[in-house]
Design a protein around this ligand. Structure first.
Ligand code: BGC
Length: 797
């Protein structure tokens, strides 16, 4: 039962549009939220949608994935193995600035007489555009049109246009196009642990600044992490009324100031290209010299200037055409929902497109909250979408995890364990969680990563990845569980237990036999064993390499099989449910009736010890286990579990709603399925969690796709073939989505009484429809009847 209301952005200001998010009025009251939801990014560079003029703002500066400062974590009462170094994403210089002065009046959206205002984030062009008409006190009117994109193709490139047109009268126009170091960035310190840390020291230390022609390039060293970065801007100027141009650069600002004497009907257009390059996140030895990064900026800018705005904009559009071709979800009959779904997928696209060799932060690059850290959000909530729509990006994300393996091995030693333990939250690969109860203790992250490895392999058939990287990750993660748990002999034989861990629900911590962890660990152990056996028989060279890299012994594999077989998953006979952990049912029930709504999320209002004493859940835990391992629970068991946990689930984490929706759909709880879906799909557009201003919830956005495909589309993929049990909400006329399976594109179109499967590819594909196997032939639509009882009938949609 979510302790939230959907209150948020009014549709009068944000009208439905199938392919864009449009804002028709400047609304300072939603400043923080709109900075997040109109943000643009490509997975390497992200920029909040701050007005070009730089005022007003909540949080600004570009966010570069992985560009971070480090700081010593001070534990007043230290203990062995605590994480010691904090990591926080920092604001890089802001490249989108254009300050405009008309007859020496600065354009400021708060104070100016703004006659029209339209801002648009277009999901097909990938551009954030804005058109305003501004009337000066003198009566002169100007139209200002701007556009910006973060190239989804060219990782290091941002492009922006700023155009001023004088509509009547004569005007002296000055545009200052800037790359501004915004060290004074506002990061509030209001005690909300989800926000990023601010710094007292100078974080970006200048290493060089130069101006030449219309170009300025700045380079820096990050004070304590030692990372280096460079950024630069260059320009094209069009318009015949230009009287002067000046380009300057110092550590705080690179700038081109263009002055024009304009009369009615004349235009001044400035195209700005910006480039960002950084050293590796986890550099061994010296980081790349800032001068070399500055040279790279020069090259990025040379290429961009040579190609121009039109070509770069066309390239962006072509990228998105391909993206939507494989990733689009179309809901017929509900334009608002359709828009929100596409916005969510577009956000995931922006968070992942060029994240190669870095991770996927919890907020993408739309805000600095959660310090820019990577969590399990990526593997469980985002990767499924990538695996089924853009497998290359999924592989890159998994390769990135593989690159963390040595750090994970070290971390396992620090917590006195064998194998590898991936960090709960990190940028560099080192554990950055200072709160071990809800951090390091979440040992399930190992199995979450292994789950993603297996799912990627199963859906794509990419056995090379499994052999080269995946197997090593499976071995080291399995080793950790084998070492962490223990066998207990009982009357019914032996059982394997894992104690002292935290499951996904952070409102009970350091518990014994968390059902989710145990089920996921069992799968991890089994998958590791079968992968090693497969390598031994099918790929002896890869097997030999794996043995060299991991010192694996045969008896370990036997041990994993035995542990997986004996894995204990708690069960309560009286209630017929899976207890979340061994002692969960002994806790008191939380007083939902007595605690008012404004006390949620509980983490901001109650000491953790209070929360831990009750049956109250932050986010899906057993319910998530049922989604990921639905073959382990029979349908009645699933229904009993859902009915037990649903009233206890606060949804204080945005990771909850999608999963609740999917499982509700599967057990036929139609009303809940659609209710949770609505919360999920409007999580940020309607500010459901109340903190959209801190950045977009990327896991929730990925969860939207999960609920569509696995909930209403009814895909279960735990068996040999994908099996679809579609359930169409009664207020939708139809639902269509695409999946890429083993390189072939499968389109699924669900209408009220039938589902049509169309395969774009060369090979037949075997699927199941409502449990019945069928073979699809390429380019021949297969029409299957829909069992009527599976249609979701929401009370309200
Ligand atoms: C959730 C975690 C999640 C993190 C980042 C927390 O509130 O409890 O499961 O990984 O947010 O999104």
């Amino acid at each position: 039962m979510l302790q939230r209301d959907i209150v948020g952005l009014p549709t009068s200001i944000y009208p439905p549009d199938p392919w864009a998010l449009v804002e028709q009025e400047f609304t300072p009251r939603y400043l923080a939220e709109t900075e997040s939801i109109f943000a643009i990014g490509n997975g390497f560079i992200g920029m909040r949608a701050v007005p070009e003029e730089g005022r007003p703002y909540v949080e600004r500066g570009a966010l570069i994935n992985g560009l971070h400062e480090q700081w010593p974590i001070h534990h007043p009462e230290h203990a062995f193995g605590f994480a010691e170094v904090g990591q926080t994403i920092i604001a890089a210089p802001d490249p989108r600035r254009f300050h405009l002065y008309v007859d020496d009046e600065p354009l400021d959206l708060r104070h100016g007489d703004i006659r029209t205002y339209v801002r648009r984030l277009d999901f097909r062009t990938g551009q954030l555009t804005r058109t305003i008409e501004w009337r000066l006190p003198t009566g002169v009117r100007v139209r200002v049109t701007s556009a910006a994109l973060t190239s989804l193709v060219q990782r290091h490139l941002v492009a922006a246009r700023y155009e001023v047109e004088v509509l009547d009268g004569n005007a002296h126009v000055v545009v200052s196009s800037q790359l501004r170091n915004v060290q004074e960035d506002a990061r509030s310190d209001d005690g909300d642990p989800r926000k990023a840390k601010g710094f007292d020291h100078e974080v970006l230390v200048g290493e060089g600044a130069r101006a030449d022609g219309r170009r300025s390039v700045l380079s820096y060293r990050v004070a304590q992490s030692g990372m280096t970065m460079a950024c630069g801007i260059d320009h094209l100027v069009d318009g015949d009324a230009v009287v002067d141009e000046q380009c300057t650069a110092d550590a705080s600002l690179g700038r081109l100031v263009v002055t024009a004497a304009m009369s009615s009907g004349q235009r001044l257009g400035i195209t700005k290209f910006a480039a960002f390059h950084t050293s590796a996140v986890n550099h061994e030895g010296m980081p790349t010299h800032p001068q070399r990064l500055a040279d790279r900026c020069d090259r990025t800018l040379d290429r961009a200037i040579g190609r121009g705005w039109e070509e770069i904009a066309a390239e962006q559009e072509a990228y998105l055409e391909r993206f939507w071709d494989t990733a689009d979800v179309d809901v017929q009959g509900n334009p608002t929902v359709c828009q929100a779904i596409r916005w969510s997928l577009f956000q995931v696209c922006q968070a992942t497109a060029r994240a190669d060799s870095r991770g996927i932060p919890a907020k993408g690059l739309t805000g600095s909250a959660y310090e820019g850290h990577y969590f399990w959000d990526a593997e469980i909530y985002v990767l499924p979408f990538l695996i089924y729509t853009n497998p290359l990006l999924a592989r890159n994300a998994l390769r990135f995890r593989h690159g963390m393996l040595d750090a994970a091995r070290r971390r396992a030693r620090q917590v006195n364990q064998k194998g590898a333990l991936f960090p709960w939250r990190t940028i560099t690969g080192e554990e950055a969680s200072a709160f071990f109860e809800a951090g390091t203790a979440q040992y399930h992250i190992n199995a979450d990563i292994s789950h993603a490895v297996m799912k990627y392999t199963q859906v794509t058939g990419d056995e090379d990845f499994l052999a080269e990287c995946g197997a090593e990750m499976l071995v080291e993660t399995a080793r950790l569980y084998a070492d962490l748990g223990f066998f207990r002999q009982g009357d019914d034989g032996e059982t394997f237990h894992i104690h002292g861990v935290t499951g996904p629900d952070e409102y009970t911590t350091v518990v014994d036999d968390n059902a989710y962890t145990n089920l996921m660990a069992a799968a991890n152990l089994r998958d590791a064993a079968s992968t090693v056996e497969w390598l031994r028989t099918d790929r002896p060279e890869d097997h030999a390499r794996l043995l060299r890299r991991t010192d694996l012994r045969d008896e370990e594999v036997l041990h994993w099989r035995r542990a997986a077989e004996a894995m204990y998953v708690p069960y309560d006979e009286d209630l017929g449910i899976t207890p979340q952990d061994a002692h969960f049912l002994d806790l008191q029930r939380w007083d939902f009736e007595g605690v008012p709504r404004e006390k949620y999320p509980l983490l901001l209002h109650f000491h953790p010890l209070v929360i831990y004493r009750y049956q109250v859940i932050k986010q899906a835990d057993v319910v998530l286990a049922m989604f990921l391992h639905d073959d382990w629970f029979d349908p009645e068991h699933q229904a009993r579990n859902f009915d037990y946990y649903d009233p206890l689930t606060t949804g204080d984490s945005s990771l909850s709603t999608a999963i609740q929706s999917i499982v509700a759909a599967r057990i036929g709880n139609d009303a809940k399925a659609i209710e949770y879906f609505r919360y999920g799909v409007f999580m940020d557009l309607a500010n459901v969690a109340g903190n959209t201003g801190d950045g977009v919830h990327i896991a929730a956005a990925g969860g939207v796709w999960l609920s569509i495909v696995h909930g209403f589309g009814g895909l279960t993929d735990t068996g040999d073939q994908p099996d679809f049990w579609p359930r169409l909400p009664s207020s939708w006329d139809g639902l269509a989505f695409n999946l890429t399976v083993r390189g072939q594109l499968l389109r699924v179109e669900v209408s009220r009484h039938e589902t049509v499967y169309t395969l774009r590819g060369d090979e037949p594909m075997e699927i199941c429809h409502q449990g019945v196997p069928t073979v699809l032939q390429p380019e021949m639509p297969t029409v299957m009847e829909l069992h009527p009882t599976l249609t979701v009938h929401p009370q309200e949609d």
